[in-house]
Ligand binder design. Structure first.
Ligand code: TXA
Ligand code: MG
Length: 341
């Protein structure tokens, strides 16, 4: 199969929509990352997504809509907190788990009775959904267990020969996936569980729901989302999280012929510049700036790109700086920890 890359414009969006109607799949950007999309109501098309990504069949797909009013045709909005999250945070990088309606085939939800819904905040994504005329299942356009793509080049690396078309549109705005949340009810209280943390933080949701609901991270241990079950976002290298530069203990771990890289914020690199120079001279340590501690978006966008560069350079071990685990940084550290485990 030949994989073609074309620029996003009016014609290519219409071409992509025609491919959807013909039960096939295309790679296309949203504001978060590039995804592979297909008609969420068509089991034959959905099967092609699972095959192209090598995705386990019990790992469900997020379904994307153009308008909030479309959601209730495919899923059940059960309570005012779910409605509030839809009204205030969609369109945007928020995904909400709801009970599904029968119109969504079980292959789309990995046999779960729930459906993840999202409205992308990206002018092209919205046009595509409108032209297709159906809700679109849209997982990240990477092979399972590989970093999520933020450029069409990254998509090509994983999907060359596996799909027919990639639509290229500059870089994605955020470069990391949506926050996934679920609302449940316990003893007359609503609980918003954050199954996959991201840019929309626990604090953002707390400020929205006030005392109407409790907001919890539920992204570790508890098997609420199939997402927690699988390894994600891993480059081929071994990854070691370091708190200080002294944690790079080359005297004990260095092996000649192997390649080592350090991914850290610009502040960390400049604070330790002379020691890093020595490590570069003695052990050929390669340094890769993640971005500034004052620019979280820059750091998020760099992470998968740097992982991809490490794969290209056949790095054996990546040392990566530990980041503050609060607010939006929590999500970045969550991704880094996932790539280690
Ligand atoms: O930003 C995003 O969310 C991107 C763009 C393309 O929209 N999509 C994305 O999809 O990241 P994907 O398939 O790579 O990740 C969706 C995650 C999966 O790991 C899955 O386990 C979880 O959401 N998920 C899907 N349906 C679920 C459900 N019904 N209950 C709990 N978790 C679910
Ligand atoms: Mg994914």
């Amino acid at each position: 199969m030949i994989t073609q890359v074309i620029k996003a414009d009016k014609e290519s969006i219409i071409k992509a929509a025609q491919i959807i109607v013909a039960w096939d799949i295309v790679a296309f950007p949203t504001e978060t990352i590039y995804g592979l999309f297909a008609d969420a109501t068509n089991p034959e098309a959905i099967k092609k997504i699972f095959i192209a990504k090598n995705r386990p069949s019990d790992n469900p797909l997020i379904v994307h809509f153009a308008y909030a009013s479309d959601i209730s045709h495919y899923a059940i909005i059960e309570n005012p907190i779910q409605q509030l999250l839809i009204d205030k945070l969609m369109p945007g990088p928020l995904t909400l788990v709801l009970p599904k309606k029968d119109i969504i085939p079980s292959i789309t939800t990995g046999n779960l009775e729930t459906l993840c819904v999202r409205i992308p905040d990206h002018v092209l994504s919205k046009q595509l959904i409108r032209h297709s005329g159906v809700p679109l299942a849209w997982p990240s356009a990477n092979l399972s267990w590989r970093p999520s793509p933020i450029s069409s080049d990254m998509v090509m690396k994983d999907m060359d020969g596996r799909i027919t078309l990639i639509i290229d549109w500059w870089k994605t705005l955020y470069g990391i996936e949506s926050t996934v949340v679920k609302v449940s009810q316990q003893d007359n209280r609503y609980i918003v569980s954050i199954l996959r943390p991201w840019f929309i933080t626990k604090e953002d949701i707390e400020n929205l729901v006030w005392d109407e609901a409790i907001v919890l991270y539920n992204d570790k241990g508890i098997n609420e989302s199939p997402w927690t079950r699988y390894r994600h976002y891993s480059p081929q290298s071994h990854i070691k999280i370091i708190d200080t530069i002294d944690d790079i203990d080359f005297k004990n771990i260095y092996s000649p012929g192997k390649k080592y890289a350090l991914i850290a914020t610009t502040e960390f690199l400049s604070d330790n510049i002379s020691f890093i120079d020595t490590l570069h001279q003695d052990y050929s340590l390669i340094t890769m700036p993640l971005g500034s501690l004052h620019n979280m978006i820059e750091c998020i966008q760099s992470l998968y790109q740097l992982y991809s560069t490490c794969d290209e350079l056949s790095i054996d071990t990546i040392f990566i700086q530990s980041l503050p685990e609060e607010g939006v940084w929590y999500a970045l550290m969550n991704r880094i920890r996932k790539s280690v485990s």
